[in-house]
Design a protein around this ligand. Structure first.
Ligand code: TPP
Ligand code: MG
Length: 208
């Protein structure tokens, strides 16, 4: 798989932000940022032919799964930032929070039945971690030992709300098929100010 660098990832999103600012993308876009190093490391384990399932914030996952920048930019410009799909790469997203784990489980079950060596990698945000659909998917994968790893991308935000406001001090202990990484998001958030001047790619007025 072609290796993409941290700087290339950042540059890609900066370019998308610029296109959005120039009103060349009249659709919602969820930028990535701040999690480049963690993702590059995780993707070292992803093998060609594996399935990668992502969320509304999928640009980095697609590029790291081997997707082409040109192809992704085209998809984003035509309004598909939240619906990135590539059959050749076994790459699929869902913009519904916690919508994708159930698909990941189904594919993992099929892979197991076929004695395939392929794995499923399913990314979710910490907001999706709150949802019942995620719990059900994890339980099934754990219970039937399916070839699926869930990765919680924990930026301590579901839109603008931190975990402490959502669930107090509650901390779930998940089985081994669930991994987590933490990051401080650097993308600008809608409603927090600085969409116009996203200078330095930091969220102005947003206290992460
Ligand atoms: C079922 C559903 N409810 C609400 C939304 C609106 N929504 C979009 S992103 C988001 C927050 C998701 O937070 P998280 O899963 O932590 O992902 P992050 O944006 O932090 O990467 C919400 C509620 C949605 N997409 N789907
Ligand atoms: Mg989050």
């Amino acid at each position: 798989m072609e290796v993409i660098t941290k700087q290339e990832l950042i540059n890609f999103e900066k370019n998308i932000a610029r296109l959005w600012e120039e009103a060349k993308i009249p659709y919602p876009v969820h930028l990535c940022g701040g999690n480049e190093e963690q993702l590059i490391k995780i993707f070292e384990e992803v093998k060609e032919g594996d399935y990668v399932f992502s969320t509304h914030r999928s640009h980095y996952h697609y590029l790291l799964a081997g997707g082409s920048k040109t192809n992704l930019e085209k998809m984003i410009i035509r309004g598909d930032s939240m619906h990135v799909f590539d059959k050749e790469l076994n790459f699929l997203t869902s913009s519904i929070v916690a919508g994708i784990p159930v698909t990941a489980v189904g594919v993992a079950l099929a892979l197991k039945k076929k004695n395939s060596k392929r794995n499923v990698w399913c990314f979710v945000g910490d907001g999706a971690e709150d949802e019942g659909h995620f719990y059900e998917a994890v339980r099934y994968v754990d219970g039937y030992n399916l070839p699926c790893t869930f990765i919680i991308e924990d930026n301590d935000r579901s839109v603008e709300t931190p975990k402490s406001s959502r669930y107090g001090k509650s901390k779930m202990i998940w089985p081994n098929c669930v991994k987590r990484y933490h990051y401080i998001a650097t993308y600008p958030h809608v409603g927090t100010g600085n969409w116009v001047d996203f200078g330095g790619f930091k969220a102005g007025g947003n206290s992460f």
